[in-house]
Design a protein around this ligand. Structure first.
Ligand SMILES: [Zn+2]
Length: 101
């Protein structure tokens, strides 16, 4: 779990690095926003660890693992998905829920 948080923080740093390389303002802003989202995700997860819980599967209530995070089409918002390690159920932060199988 701590590795995951480092991974998020690394992603945030990479976004900021990329932002420096972009010349147009919109791309820079999108990357900075993404870096902030990664940082928030890292903070959220370390908070959850301190509290001793993580996102739970709505089906079987097993701890869910972070699955993926995507930019939406306008490259502004980050969408987080979680996957249940037990039954494979995938839940998204913005939608109600979504199943792959
Ligand atoms: Zn489950």
């Amino acid at each position: 779990m701590a590795e995951l948080i480092n991974h998020y923080r690394l992603n945030a740093e990479r976004c900021l690095e990329l932002a420096c390389n972009f010349k147009d303002f919109e791309s820079k802003r999108a990357l900075v926003a993404m870096a902030k989202a990664w940082s928030a995700l890292a903070a959220q997860h370390s908070k959850n660890i301190k509290k001793g819980y993580s996102t739970l599967c709505p089906r079987c209530e097993s701890p869910m693992r972070w699955y993926r995070a995507d930019l939406t089409e306008d490259r502004r918002a980050l969408e987080h998905s979680y996957q249940c390690q037990k039954c494979g159920f995938i839940s998204r932060s913005d939608n109600q829920s979504h199943q792959v199988a």
